[in-house]
Design a protein around this ligand. Sequence first.
Ligand code: NAD
Length: 292
Amino acid sequence: MTTIIDGKAVAAALRADVAKDAIAFTGKYGRRPGLAVVLVGNDPASEVYVGSKVRLTREAEMSSFEHRLPAETSEADLLALVQKLNEDDLVDGILVQLPVPRHIDSGKVIQAIDPAKDVDGLHPENAGRLMAGLPGLAPCTPLGSMLLIESVQKDLSGLHAVVIGRSVLVGKPIAQMLLAANATVTMAHSRTKDLPAMCRSADILVAAVGVPELVKGDWIKPGAIVIDVGINRLPPSEGANKGRLVGDVAFDEAKVLAGAITPVPGGVGPMTIACLLQNTLTAARRRVGATA
Ligand code: NAD
């Protein structure tokens, strides 16, 4: 029987734990953990993400500080806001919603965030800490994906994990996390030869590509854990499927052979914000010198 991994349920349980811990933090330190979210411009998808982040931060008993800036905001003004948030004691986590408008260098903005408040885990210092096995703040989507893997398989020791995609946001960090969990990790990408054969050798297959239903059913090793990070909206022209959200894995085919698989939507997606809240709590605790 294939396990359909319920990301919504795992995420809800994590958010409830974070809320409980946030209440305890507030009782002890006299203030709530705080997350500042900065949105530049009015990209409709970003508006939706930011709206959810603000709502779920409040539901998790934390303070939410929202900064909505016009699309024509200069890079210098955005960097000045980041600096102000770095210095604000009530702010434990800073998230600048990406993408930022083209005239702003997102790399510069990420590097301006205090690494101790970098709850998106994208600052090069945090990327280095992840690679070195040092405590830091790790990116939320890979963190959430690892929690989903561990919800069905606690010990990953010696398992072969194949990660498709080598982005800084997902592919590279999850490969580091799988390695730290003692999996044997192969990274595949757009230049990989015979991707189907490589996937067939995976006990754990993570797809973070952005190509709708790239991974076919016969690429799956029987019993494998399949984590589909992709979120792709099919074009309106595709008949009955128009506008439907699909992952990077052909779910209906893959679930026949997989031991466990995440659906899209309702798999990795809900874990990202839950892990963002967990990172904010972690950052708050570290900033006051508390341990979990
Ligand atoms: P990206 O575009 O930065 O990276 C994609 C990677 O896939 C690249 O490394 C590229 O080499 C590889 N690739 C592209 N075509 C390929 C092919 N045909 N075969 C093998 N590899 C190929 O994307 P990203 O930011 O890592 O995101 C990947 C997907 O995950 C997207 O669909 C994105 O929407 C989704 N995503 C979801 C969440 C979430 O919360 N669930 C968060 C971030 C990203």
